[in-house]
Design a protein around this ligand. Sequence first.
Ligand SMILES: CC1=C(CCC(=O)O)c2cc3nc(cc4[nH]c(cc5[nH]c(cc1n2)c(C)c5CCC(=O)O)c(CCC(=O)O)c4C)C(CCC(=O)O)=C3C
Ligand SMILES: [Fe+2]
Length: 322
Amino acid sequence: MGTYDALLVVSFGGPEKPDDVMPFLENVVRGRGVPRERLLEVEAHYQRFGGVSPINRQCRDLIAAVEPTVGLPVYWGNRNWHPYLEDTLRRMAADGMRRAAAFVTSAYGSYSSCRQYIDDIALARAAVEGAPEIVKLRHFFDHPGFVAAMVDHTREALDRLPAGHRDGARLVFTAHSIPLSMARTAGPDGGLYEAQLRRAAGLVVEGLGGGREWDLVWQSRSGAPHIPWLEPDVCDHLERLDAPAVVLVPIGFVSDHMEVVYDLDVEAAELAAAIGLPLTRAATAGTHPRFVSMIGELLAEPEPEACGTTCCPAPPRRGNHG
Ligand SMILES: CC1=C(CCC(=O)O)c2cc3nc(cc4[nH]c(cc5[nH]c(cc1n2)c(C)c5CCC(=O)O)c(CCC(=O)O)c4C)C(CCC(=O)O)=C3C
Ligand SMILES: [Fe+2]
C-alpha cells in the first residue's frame, strides 16, 4: 500500500430525505433521455422508503469496517449526491493528500458501471486546485473476497427456503440492465459487462459446490421504451420459469441499493407470492468480512493500468447537455 496516501470510496449517491429525491433523480438522468413518467415512478419507489436511499448508510458502514484494516485515511465521494466527489477532493487536497486509490462501489466494466465514474472523477479533479492523483482499483467481480461473500449469502438464502425446496432451487442471478448498445461496447472488445457477470455468477455456483441450474437476468430497466436494453427482465423470467423454488442473487450490486429493496424485495417478491413460487433473496456483499478484507488486498496489488480511452464509450447525450 506504499504508493497511496489515502483510500477514496467512490459511490453513486442517494437521497437522505424526501426533498432530496427529485433533485437527486434530476442529477442522475441529466441529458440521459429518461422519460418523465419513469422518473416519477422511481420517485415513488424512494418515497415509499421515506425518501431515504439505503446506499449512503451502506457506504458509511463499509467505510467504518474498512478504515481500521487499511492503514490509510479513507475518504468518500459520490457522483450524484452529497458528499459530492468534488467537495471530497477539495478536502483531500487541504489535508495534503497527493495520491489516492479509488474503490468504486461497482464490480464490473461498462459505461455506467466504470467509465462514468472515471469521467466524473476527472471532472471533479479538474475543478479542484491541487487535487490528488486518483488511481482507480480494478474490477473486482472475480476477486475471491467478493465471490466468498456472495457464496455465503446465497447459501444463507437457500437455507431460508422451506425445507424440501433447497436441493432443487434454481439460482437466478440479477444485475442492472443497460442499453444493448452500451452492453455491446463494454470493455476493450465489447460485451465485457455481461461476460464479467457470467463469470462472477459461475464462480458463485462453483463455490456452492456446483451442479445447480442458474440463470443471469436483468432488472431495473430505465430509459425510453423504444431503446433496446438487456433482457429478460427478472419478473418476466420468474413468470416463465419452471422451477420448484428460486433464490434471487443480486450479483450486479455490492450493497442493498434501492433497486434491490424495491425491484426485488417488493416487485419480484410480490410476483412470486402471486404465482406461488417459493423465493428468497441473497444479501449483497455489504460488509461481509471477506468483502471488507478484499479492499485491503486490492490496495496491495500491483497498480492497475488505466482503461484505454476507447474502452466503454459514452452513449450519445440528449437534451440540453449536448
Ligand atoms: C449499470 C448500472 C448500475 C450498477 C453499477 C453501479 O453501481 O454504478 C447502476 C447502479 C445504480 N443506479 C442507481 C440509481 C439510478 N439509476 C438510474 C438510471 C440508470 N442506471 C443505469 C445503469 C446502472 N445503474 C442506466 C444505464 C440508467 C439510465 C440512465 C443513464 O444512462 O444513466 C436512475 C434513474 C431513474 C431510473 O431508474 O430510471 C436511478 C435513480 C443507484 C442508486 C440506488 C440507490 O439509491 O440505492 C445505483 C447504485
Ligand atoms: Fe442506475
